[in-house]
Design a protein around this ligand. Structure first.
Ligand code: MSP
Length: 510
């Protein structure tokens, strides 16, 4: 059973994981963790997409079998997940029996219904995209856009899925389900696409041209065309887990929305009698100086290097803070370092150390009870309450960048509070009013920090836990309770120090 089933796209195994792949896993993980914190029972799936021409060709060039090649590459994608703190419940490979079996069943069902027929295919085929192209895909000067790589003309018998027969149904479905695609402007893109008549979908390749695929159950001279096979992963992974399907969200990049996820997949489900997924959460691309980060563009860099050098949390934070979900974003090491040094090391890291240091110096290491609230304390509490009132809603609306922007503004206001209240001055005074205010200020700082750490849980799970740990109280109760300003830390013994975000090696003194 699951109330909330979320998936990522399954990655092609013809490259190595880059920041775009890492981001999609992290984004999905943030949504999954958030939903678990709100009490949902979450099922989270990711995996690898392993069949197709390119894998066959690359393996051949390397002198290994496609299976051996896919095994090695899939393992590479799988290995980054724990290092990015991804909490997926399952990892599906399209080469697994459980997947092939379900693909075969769906194909047979559609064939028996008459939704799949044999025809003659003539057309231009892009090996890079593993798809036949249409005239409208050409550049105005008649050439093919670079994203298609080498394009060749092909004429061959193949099997087709009657996409066209379901076009009106899909148009109606999207009109009734205006929020099927997030963000909304991407749904418009789908409805625009559907204004033109659809071509039926070519779902096979002759086996003498492509051996590396799932054989068609009704004609084993053919293998399944990659999209028809790959899309089914979302369903095949949970086919024997009652109560999980339908997916709540398929998280995907904008490049695979139309036609794959917004046209092929809903029609495939509908025709096969499978309930439809509830929504598509579509993110933009990470760019470097305006170009998509990808293996073929040669500008991909290894996200794991940043994880090794800094931490998974630092990468997670910078990606989620920087990207407005749905838009494109720019990423570079410089940008990462600005966030790391500014928000993380300076604002949050220093706050943690000041809080621990002052609690040890002025209160013997235990958070004192808060006394009467003065203006500055009230101001800080109200700032928190204003943020907390919106925070969960911002997460629900996938506005993580805004939620984090506001949270870090709050963290800076804790630092500003410390400057203005200056506990170190109060600590020198013998006046009972000053002593009371000192206790109140230490309690206020600790509480504000505890709340900030609690709010960071879906995005920076390890740091959040470490901060809760040094404050002496692991999180307890529901997330909503944890996010309420209170007196939970009263009497709690704090640690002496915690270096959460060490200075980058290059900037450390020799
Ligand atoms: N195998 C297909 C998906 C099949 S899903 C049934 C595929 N694989 S991919 O490896 O090319 O891309 C996997 C995901 O990573 C896609 O959602 C894609 O949009 C995303 N990204 C790849 N490069 C990206 C960026 N530069 N930026 C952000 N995400 C991008 O497509």
């Amino acid at each position: 059973m699951a109330d909330f089933y979320i998936t990522t796209a399954i990655d092609y195994v013809n490259g190595s994981p880059h920041i775009g792949h890492a981001y999609e896993k992290i984004l999905t993980d943030v949504v999954a963790r958030f939903h678990r914190l709100t009490g949902d029972s979450v099922y989270f799936l990711t995996g690898t997409d392993e069949y197709g021409q390119k894998v066959q060709q690359t393996a051949l060039k390397m002198g290994v079998t496609p299976m051996a090649f896919a095994d090695a590459k899939s393992a590479e994608f799988k290995a980054i997940l724990p290092r990015l703190e991804i909490t997926n419940d399952d990892f599906i490979r399209t080469t697994e029996e459980r997947h092939k079996k379900v693909v075969g069943e769906i194909l047979q069902r559609l064939f028996d219904k008459g939704d799949i027929y044999k025809g003659e295919y003539r057309g231009f085929y892009s090996e890079r995209q593993e798809q036949f192209l249409q005239e409208k895909d050409r550049n105005p000067d008649g050439t093919w856009p670079e994203i298609y790589g080498a394009v060749s003309e092909i004429n061959e018998p193949n099997y087709f899925f009657r996409l066209r027969a379901y076009q009106d149904w899909l148009v109606g479905f999207l009109a009734e389900n205006e929020r099927f695609v997030f963000p909304k402007f991407r749904q418009k893109q789908v409805t625009e696409f559907l204004k033109e008549p659809l071509n039926d979908m070519c779902i096979s390749r002759p086996r003498d041209r492509l051996e590396w695929g799932i054989p068609l159950p009704f004609d084993d001279a053919f293998v399944t065309y990659v999209w028809f096979d790959a899309l089914v992963n979302y369903f095949s992974a949970v086919a024997d887990r009652p109560g999980v399907w339908p997916a709540t969200w398929h998280v995907i990049g904008k490049d695979i929305l139309v036609p794959a996820h917004a046209v092929y997949w809903p029609i495939m489900c509908h025709a096969a009698g499978i309930p439809l997924p509830r929504g598509l959460l579509v993110h933009g691309w990470w760019l470097t100086r305006g170009a998509k980060i990808s293996k073929s563009a040669g500008n991909a860099f290894d996200p794991m290097e940043l994880v090794e050098e800094f931490s998974a949390d630092a990468l997670r934070y910078s990606l989620i803070r920087e990207m407005n979900v749905g838009q494109d974003g720019d990423f570079s090491r410089e940008l990462f370092l600005t966030r790391y040094n500014g928000d993380l090391a300076n604002d949050l890291g220093n706050l943690v150390n000041r809080a621990l240091n002052m609690t040890n110096r002025f209160a013997g290491g235990a958070v004192p009870p808060a006394g009467a609230e003065h203006d500055l304390e009230r101001e800080l509490r109200l700032a928190w309450e204003a943020l907390a009132a919106d925070y969960v809603a911002l997460f629900r609306q996938f506005q993580f960048h805004t939620a984090l922007e506001r949270l870090f503004a709050f963290i800076r206001s804790i630092n500003a509070y410390i400057e203005r209240r200056a506990p170190w001055k109060l600590g020198k005074s013998e006046d009972p009013a000053d002593r009371a205010l000192l206790a109140t200020s230490l309690a206020t700082i600790a509480e504000a920090l505890r709340l900030s750490a609690a709010a960071l849980r879906p995005v920076m799970p390890a740091s959040s836990e470490r901060i809760a740990g040094v404050l002496g109280r692991p999180p307890a109760g529901t997330w909503a309770e944890e996010l309420a300003w209170g007196r939970r830390l009263e009497g709690s013994r704090v640690a002496t120090a915690l270096v959460l975000f060490p200075k980058p090696a290059a900037e450390r003194a020799p």
